[in-house]
Design a protein around this ligand. Structure first.
Ligand code: GDP
Ligand code: MG
Length: 294
C-alpha cells in the first residue's frame, strides 16, 4: 500500500473561516476562531491522519495591506507558507467573493507555481443562486485545479475537499506520528485561547494591541489540576485599565471564559492567573515581537 503525504497552506483574507475549517477537519479546537478579523497571527499547523495518508495544514494569518512591523510579520509568514507547501487552498466567502486582497493573493499563488484549490466557504449563508456565478467567474480564470463550495460551520462539502486534496498528494512519509494533531506547544495553544477571550470581551483597539505569553504551566496529575500563569501585554496604562475593568471585573470575566475552554482542552480542572503588563509600543518594536514569538 502506498502512503500519501503533503503540506497544505490554507490562505485567504481574514475572517473567511480558515480556522473554522481547520478545527472541523481536526475535530479539536486548535486554531482560534473569532468573529473579529486578524486573530490568527501565528501559523498553526494541524495534522490530519487517515490510514493511508497524512495532510499537514498550515493556517496562515490573513494577507492584507498594512504597514506596522506586526502586520508585516503576519504577511511574511503567509508568503513563506506558499513556498514551504505542496498544495495551496485559497478560501473566500460566497457572499464576498472578490475581497480586495484577491489580486495580490492570486499573484503569490502564480509565482509559487503550486497546485491550488479554491474553497468557497459559508455556503450556508445564502441561496445556491449566489454560488453559481462565483464558481463561473473563478472557473474562467483556469487558475484552480478544482473549486469546492463548503460550509466549514456545518461541515457541508468538507469530505469532498479532503478527497480532492488527497487525490493531489504524492507518495511520501508520515511526517508525524498518528496520535499527533499539532506541533504547537501547549503553552502556545493556551496563549491562543486566552487571546481569543480578550478578542471576544474587549472592543476597539485593545485586541490588536495585546499579546499573551504563558509564564507558567504546570500539570498536577494527582489533583487533576493544571496551574497556569499568563501575562497579557498591552501598550498603555489606559489599555491596562480597560482590560482590568472596574474592580477587576473585565479581567475576571476573561479569566473565567478562558478557564472553561482550557478545562475542556486539558480535560482537567484549571486554575488561571492573569497578569497585565504595560509594554509600551510592543507591536512596533521588532525585538519585542520576536520575544513574543511573532
Ligand atoms: P479566519 O480568520 O479565516 O480564520 O476565520 P475564522 O475561522 O476565525 O471565522 C471567522 C468567523 O466566520 C467566525 O465567526 C466563524 O464562526 C464564522 N464562520 C466560519 N465558517 C463559517 C461557515 O461556513 N458559515 C458561517 N455561517 N459562518 C462561518
Ligand atoms: Mg484564523
Amino acid at each position: 500500500m502506498t502512503f500519501l503525504s503533503g503540506f497544505i497552506a490554507l490562505v485567504g483574507p481574514p475572517n473567511v473561516g480558515k480556522s473554522t475549517l481547520l478545527n472541523r477537519i481536526l475535530g479539536k479546537k486548535i486554531a482560534i476562531v473569532s468573529p473579529k478579523p486578524q486573530t490568527t497571527r501565528n501559523r498553526i499547523t494541524g495534522i490530519y491522519h487517515e490510514k493511508d495518508c497524512q495532510m499537514v495544514f498550515m493556517d496562515t494569518p490573513g494577507i492584507h495591506k498594512t504597514q506596522t512591523p506586526l502586520h508585516k510579520s503576519m504577511v511574511n509568514s503567509a508568503q513563506s507558507a506558499f513556498k514551504e507547501v505542496d498544495l495551496l487552498v485559497l478560501m473566500i466567502e460566497m457572499l464576498h467573493p472578490r475581497p480586495p486582497e484577491i489580486p495580490m493573493i492570486l499573484n503569490y499563488i502564480r509565482k509559487s507555481k503550486k497546485s491550488s484549490f479554491l474553497v468557497i466557504n459559508k455556503i450556508d449563508k445564502g441561496p445556491k443562486e449566489k454560488l453559481l456565478p462565483v464558481i463561473a467567474a473563478y472557473n474562467e480564470t483556469h487558475f484552480f485545479k478544482s473549486i469546492i463550495p463548503i460550509s466549514a460551520l456545518t461541515g457541508d462539502g468538507v469530505e469532498r475537499l479532503l478527497g480532492e486534496l488527497k487525490s493531489m498528494l504524492s507518495e511520501g512519509p508520515a511526517f508525524f506520528p498518528a496520535d499527533v494533531q499539532t506541533d504547537q506547544t501547549e503553552s502556545f495553544l493556551v496563549a491562543e485561547i486566552i487571546r481569543e477571550k480578550i478578542f471576544l470581551h474587549t472592543r476597539q483597539e485593545l485586541p490588536y494591541s495585546s499579546a499573551v505569553t504563558v509564564e507558567h504551566l504546570e500539570e498536577v496529575p494527582k489533583k487533576k489540576l493544571v496551574l497556569i500563569t499568563a501575562k497579557i501585554h498591552v501598550e498603555s496604562d489606559s489599555q491596562k485599565g480597560i482590560l482590568i475593568g472596574q474592580g477587576g471585573k473585565m479581567i475576571k470575566h476573561i479569566g473565567q471564559a478562558a478557564r472553561q475552554d482550557l478545562e475542556s482542552f486539558f480535560g482537567n480542572h484549571v486554575f488561571v492567573e492573569l497578569l497585565v503588563r504595560v509594554d509600551k509600543n510592543w507591536s512596533r518594536d521588532p525585538r519585542t515581537l520576536r520575544r513574543l514569538g511573532y
